[in-house]
Design a protein around this ligand. Structure first.
Ligand code: MG
Length: 157
């Protein structure tokens, strides 16, 4: 078995959809980025890639790739699962934390867990999702963006 860690942050801007864990959340602001900027899914992808020693999300899915403009990151997560499988690895469990002053995550938590679990071939019970604020500290505390951190355990198939 091996473990990996992932971190990501994106800026909140008007006129963008807010997609977290593959779920579109009603919001006046959304995350800025080349893909759908799904910060939670990106952190999970980097945790899995890190565990397998397969570099990082920017290596596999560069933001200079026009085919990835607006890409649904949950689909990219499924591709990461495929990269792991090629190396004989399978995900075991995920633990992730979203750091956001707003919006409230709780109403969407189960939907996000289900989406992430489905993309990884896991049961929702194997995907833990927590949320916290940054207690008003710094840029995250001012609500200028959302960050996510994730840990993934993987095992040999
Ligand atoms: Mg990202």
């Amino acid at each position: 078995m091996r473990v990996g860690i992932g971190y990501d942050a994106h800026r909140l801007v008007p006129g963008r959809p807010l997609v977290l864990g593959g779920v579109t959340i009603p919001s006046e602001v959304g995350l800025e980025g080349h893909s759908d900027a799904d910060v939670l899914t990106h952190a999970v992808m980097d945790a899995l890639l890190g565990a397998a020693g397969l570099r990082d999300i920017g290596h596999h899915f560069p933001d200079t790739d026009p085919s990835l403009a607006g890409a649904y990151s949950l689909g990219l997560l499924a591709r990461v699962r495929g990269l792991l499988r090629e190396q004989g690895w399978r995900p075991v469990n995920i633990d992730a934390t979203l750091i956001a002053e707003r919006p409230r995550i709780a109403p969407y938590r189960e939907a996000m867990r289900n989406c992430l679990a489905q993309a990884l071939g896991l049961s929702p019970g194997d995907v833990s999702l927590k949320a916290t604020t940054n207690e008003g500290l710094g840029a995250l505390g001012r609500g200028e963006g959302i960050a996510a951190i994730a840990v993934a355990l993987i095992a040999r198939e």
